[in-house]
Ligand binder design. Structure first.
Ligand SMILES: Nc1nc2c(ncn2[C@@H]2O[C@H](COP(=O)(O)OP(=O)(O)OP(=O)(O)O)[C@@H](O)[C@H]2O)c(=O)[nH]1
Ligand SMILES: [Zn+2]
Length: 215
């Protein structure tokens, strides 16, 4: 099966992820050297793991891995707070809750995926943003090397800083493949993290309304 990505080689890949290399041949050369070194290291890793049967299907695997990692970490090449700059003149005196925002992130300790859903509530003051922008903020911080606690807090801080709401609360439920597929090998274990700002820190009614909504 062919995909839209099949035509990629290293230079095309770098051009698509780092447009600034188009006018900077020195930078392009540096990044090409980086990619080649990573590919060599990945070949060494495969051999260390015991993969030594010269299967030609695996020739492009190091390149595929680099390509996949640039996709997993595309959040580094954007400013997630920028999505929140678009606000609407909507009068809303009660919380806005966006729940079940699915995400994939990458554990910074093991480079194993962790994934699940984020739930976000904010009690607006003057600024109400588009619903999809909340999901875009989650995506922008998830697509990095992360720990779940930082991801939760970054989402809360972005909304708190840009929208300046009366309060914001973020909950994330996630499964970490580093816990389920290796190490402790706990397939069912999930991690639940919370971050609250403003009125959500102390207002138990706001907190319980949010917890009920995301159940
Ligand atoms: N707090 C937190 N810990 C995480 C997250 N993702 C992975 N970890 C943990 O990071 C820890 C790293 O522990 P280490 O002892 O240095 O690494 P390890 O020998 O691979 O540990 P095990 O996973 O227990 O085998 C592990 O306990 C992981 O479960 C996360 O998002 N938040
Ligand atoms: Zn991990």
């Amino acid at each position: 099966m062919t995909t839209n990505n099949d035509h990629y080689n290293e230079a095309e890949l770098l051009a698509s992820y780092f447009p600034e290399t188009a006018n900077n041949s020195e930078l392009l050369q540096q990044k090409l050297t980086d990619v080649q070194q990573i590919e060599q290291a990945l070949q060494t890793l495969m051999a260390l793991c015991g993969q030594d049967d010269n299967n030609p299907d695996l020739d492009k695997t190091p390149f595929r891995v680099v390509k996949a990692f640039l996709e997993y970490t595309s959040g580094y090449r954007e400013d997630p707070t920028a999505h929140l700059e678009k606000v609407f003149d909507i009068q809303q005196n009660d919380p806005i809750i966006v729940k079940d925002i699915e995400f994939y992130s990458m554990c910074e300790h093991h480079f194993a995926p962790f994934f699940g859903v984020a739930h976000v509530a904010y009690l607006p003051d003057q600024k109400v943003t588009g619903l999809s922008k909340i999901a875009r903020v989650v995506e922008g911080y998830a697509r990095r090397f992360q720990v779940q606690e930082r991801l939760t807090n970054q989402i809360a801080d972005a909304i708190d800083t840009v929208l300046q709401p009366k309060g914001v609360m973020v909950a994330i439920e996630a499964k970490h493949l580093c816990v389920s597929s290796r190490g402790a090998k706990k397939e069912q274990a999930q991690t639940f993290t919370l971050a609250s700002r403003g009125a959500y820190i102390k207002d138990s009614q706001l907190r319980s309304e949010f917890m009920t909504a995301i159940k």
